[in-house]
Design a protein. Structure first.
Length: 95
């Protein structure tokens, strides 16, 4: 299942609080890409977080995955989770 995650930075945290986690966060994401769990990752255009596309079992699994990210562990991110299925209009039309 694909799960789209909208991650939002903790607005009360300073850049200095984020700084020590940025390298480990990037390393963690790269590892998850290599494992085919993170399929896509983008910086939000408003600069307030990221959009991540996961391949996982379900939304609960996605929450566990994101909970292991260094910024999430440090309490510097919150996240919204949206399950995604193939668009049925295309699926029906293709049949």
């Amino acid at each position: 299942m694909k799960v789209i995650v909208i991650a939002t930075r903790n607005q009360e945290a300073s850049a200095e609080e984020f700084s020590p986690y940025l390298g480990p966060e990037a390393d963690h994401v790269i590892g998850m890409i290599k494992e085919d769990i993170v399929r896509e990752v983008y910086s939000r255009s408003d600069g307030q977080g990221a959009v991540v596309v996961l391949e996982c079992k379900d939304i609960d699994h996605a929450k566990k995955i994101i909970g292991e990210f260094p910024l999430a562990k440090a309490g510097l991110l919150t996240a919204e989770f949206y399950g995604a299925n193939p668009y049925r209009g295309v699926v029906q039309h293709a049949k």
